[in-house]
Ligand binder design. Structure first.
Ligand code: 4AD
Ligand code: MG
Length: 483
């Protein structure tokens, strides 16, 4: 008998190629049975579903079956038949099993039982083999693909901005240095400062916190561009929403004003959520059930009103609420938690920076839908944002999502050279360091806008996972860069 070509489990389950001989390969999830028959649940990562392998000890030797334990990699040839059991339409009756790699049951950490998320982070090198993380990372792929498809269809160009830069676009001073100095022997200038002239790039460099500034240069040439790359921030915030290394999508558009920018962000979010609902149905159903299960452990007043699938559909069906910062402050000042001093940060008045507790109040309690806040006080925003006529606010916008808080931050950019230079002086940003950025305002400047969408924040929303460490394969957070 000739050996058939290998078929992936997703395809096999979809096609239900009954009576055919197939070759499947994968990792054993479970094995159960008795001396007459064994049932092996096999998964190859192509789908959340396992194929059931039926192994008859009179066909498959005891020596082989002994090695078929949870985590082992096996190769199976056999016949596809209608399944007698419930739970699957077809199964494979094994004619031959080859053990490709054993997994000692005494030592294999991922046993078929419920493990805590904390434990799963300790075995991040293996956790992708679980149903939950398999689903999460298939969804991650789909969302990434959908982002590229959205922009490509709109005629945007994907621009690869540098990872090593000399600038701190957000001016928050949270950069990681890049150097190849011998850290035990750093060259100093006669004045005792670090002599970056002797460093690899001949100047001080860091990992990028944002591709925006270079993205703007691209938009001033190609019209509409987007970046989708890793960004790095040495923020020492140990929260469920922050990573030190995260991926960001940053479109930048010539001739867009603030409201066009907001509309593009809303369209992008709806497009990718819809794509996931259409292409990741089984994974999202699994994740929705999982999230509903987790909700049961929360106190009644913290539980989400809708399940995951309903929340995703809700975002598609409703327009985002757009309000100014000034209106947001009025709502917050008069809110119950503010009056009763339930917020950790009480809103005293205009000018206050919004904390995530305020953002979540607006989204989850007040409007009960995604909210866009725009026209923020200039003093709490970055130097590059376009100054409004009132001299107090800038054309900034943040998009806030239920359960997440800020998912998008963006603005119309200050395209007027003098205003930009003046703002940089006020904020002590030396012009020499950004001469190339200022050049775009000297030569053919034009109104333009852009935003940044945090990819892992989007992942949190779409997968219903509770911690940002669980939606990126290998999280980087303070004190943690294993794997
Ligand atoms: O609001 P941010 O800091 O905006 C910028 O970086 C702009 N340069 C974007 C632009 O206009 N091109 O960050 C944008 C988004 C946030 O809304 C959030 O979703 C995400 O990036 N983000 C983080 N995600 C995970 N971990 C962190 N430490 C994050 N910091 C920001
Ligand atoms: Mg922001």
């Amino acid at each position: 008998m000739t050996v058939p070509v290998r078929i992936k489990i997703k395809k096999l389950l979809n096609e239900q190629a009954k009576e055919q001989h197939v070759l499947v390969k994968g990792w054993v999830r479970t094995k159960r049975g008795n001396k007459n028959v064994n049932f092996i649940a096999l998964n190859d990562g192509s789908t959340i579903n396992n194929i059931q392998i039926v192994a008859d000890p009179s066909v498959i030797s005891e020596e082989i079956l002994k090695q078929v334990t949870t985590g082992a990699a096996i190769s199976v040839t056999g016949k596809v038949v209608e399944s007698a059991g419930s739970g699957q339409a077809v199964e494979v009756v094994a004619e031959q099993i080859q053990v490709l790699g054993t997994a000692d049951p005494e030592k294999y950490p991922l046993q078929p039982k419920k493990h805590s998320m904390e434990f799963m982070r300790e075995i991040a090198h293996l956790r992708m083999r679980s149903s939950t993380f398999g689903a999460v990372f298939r969804v991650r792929h789909a969302l990434s693909f959908a982002v590229h498809q959205f922009f490509h269809q709109k005629g945007f160009y994907n621009l690869h901005t540098p990872i090593i830069t000399g600038s701190d676009a957000e001016g928050a001073g949270e950069t990681f240095h890049v150097t190849n100095f011998d850290l035990k022997d750093i060259p100093l200038t006669p004045e005792g400062e670090v002599d970056y002239k002797q460093d690899f790039f001949g100047s001080e460099t860091n990992l990028t916190v944002s591709g925006q500034l270079e993205g703007e240069l691209g938009a001033m040439a190609l019209g509409e561009i987007y970046t989708f790359g890793p960004t790095f921030r040495a923020e020492n915030s140990n929260t469920t929403r922050h990573l030190a290394e995260f991926w960001m999508i940053e479109p930048e558009m010539a001739f867009y004003e603030l409201q066009d920018n907001i509309q593009l962000a809303e369209d992008l979010l709806k497009y990718v959520v819809k794509y996931a609902l259409e292409h990741c149905k089984e994974d999202l159903e699994f994740l929705s059930a999982r999230a509903a299960d987790e909700e049961k452990n929360k106190p009644q007043n913290e539980r989400q009103e809708m399940n995951l699938l309903e929340r995703l559909q809700f975002v598609l069906d409703n327009n985002f609420e757009r309000i100014t910062y000034t209106d947001a402050i009025d709502i917050l000042r008069n809110s119950n938690p503010n009056k009763k001093k339930k917020f950790n940060y009480i809103i005293e008045g205009w000018g206050a920076d919004l904390q995530s507790e305020h953002e979540r109040y607006l989204v989850e309690k007040h409007f009960k839908k995604p909210v866009v806040i725009y026209n923020y006080p200039k003093d709490i925003k970055a130097f590059y944002m376009r100054q409004n006529e009132d001299d107090k606010t800038v054309a900034a916008m943040d998009i806030l999502f239920p359960g997440i808080g800020e998912i998008v931050g963006g603005s119309q950019r200050e395209e007027r050279l003098e205003k930009l230079q003046k703002r940089m002086q006020e904020m002590h940003i030396p012009e020499e360091s950004l001469w190339w950025y200022l050049d775009t305002r000297k030569f053919g400047t034009a109104p333009h806008s852009g935003f940044g969408l945090g990819f892992e924040r989007l992942m949190l929303f779409v997968t219903g996972m509770g911690n940002i460490r669980d939606v990126i394969p290998f999280p980087r957070t303070p004190d943690n860069a294993e794997f």
